[in-house]
Ligand binder design. Sequence first.
Ligand SMILES: Cc1cc2nc3c(=O)[nH]c(=O)nc-3n(C[C@H](O)[C@H](O)[C@H](O)COP(=O)(O)OP(=O)(O)OC[C@H]3O[C@@H](n4cnc5c(N)ncnc54)[C@H](O)[C@@H]3O)c2cc1C
Length: 225
Amino acid sequence: MSAALPVGHHGVKTLVVEHHRGTAIHPRAAQISQRTMEILRTVGVEQIVREKSDEQFVQDGAIMAVETLAGRELAYFIANLNEGVRDVSPCERVFISQSLLEPLLKTRAEALGAELRFATDMVSFEQDESGVTAVIQDRDSGRTETVRASYLVAADGAHSRIRHGLGIPMRGRGVFSNSVTIYFRGDLTPLLRGRNLSVIYVNNATLRGFFRIEKPLDRGFLARR
Ligand SMILES: Cc1cc2nc3c(=O)[nH]c(=O)nc-3n(C[C@H](O)[C@H](O)[C@H](O)COP(=O)(O)OP(=O)(O)OC[C@H]3O[C@@H](n4cnc5c(N)ncnc54)[C@H](O)[C@@H]3O)c2cc1C
C-alpha cells in the first residue's frame, strides 16, 4: 500500500494484492522517520497521520531502557523523539501503530486510484520483455485470475516468495529473535512517574523485550523474547 501511494500520486494505476483479509490487526512498526513523513506529506496523508498519532501516543517521548518499569533506568538512547532533528525537515518523527496507519494508507491509496484486493494470493508470475504476467487467487472462492502489468513490486515481506522465485538469496543475519506480543490493560501512571516514554526496553535476568504504552496510559503492549 505504501508503494501504491507515490506511484498513484504520479498517475500510475496499481493493483495491490494482499493475502490477509484486511489491514494489520497487530501494532507492529510504530516509529515513523522524518523521511517517511516527508513521503506521506507528498502524497497527502501527513496531517491525518499526525492527528491519529497524537490520539494514540503522547508525542516526543523517549526511547530508553530500564531494568524494570518500576525500577532502575539503564539508558536513554533518545531523550525526546524530535530533539536535535526538528529543524532539518518540515516534518517531525511520530509514533503510530501499523494497525492505525494502514487504514489511512488504504484510504489514500484508493483515492489515488489503486485497486486493493485483500484475501488474495499471488500464486505465480512470469516476466517478459514488456512486463509481468501474474496469476492471483481469491482465497475464499479459489477463483484464479491472470493479470498483466508493466512492473511487479515485491512487497511480500521477509519470506518473499517473489524473491525466492527470482533466485535472490537472503544476505546478512537471518532471525534476530522470536518474540510474542502481549497486549494488556492496566493503570501505568504510577510506574511511569510522569516520564514521557515512547519505547521502553526492559533488560533483566527474566525479561528482555520492549513496552509501548498508549494514551491515556492505561494500555499498551509488551513484545518479549
Ligand atoms: C512488534 C513489532 C514492532 C516493530 N516496530 C518497528 C518500528 O518501530 N519501526 C520499523 O521500522 N519496523 C518495525 N517493525 C518491523 C516492521 O513491522 C516490518 O519490518 C515491516 O512490516 C515489513 O514490511 P514489509 O512490507 O516488508 O513486509 P510485511 O509487513 O510482512 O508485508 C508483506 C505482506 O505481503 C503479504 N504476502 C506475502 N506473500 C504474499 C503472496 N504470495 N500473495 C499475497 N500477499 C502476500 C503478507 O500477507 C504481508 O501482509 C516491527 C515489527 C514488530 C512485529
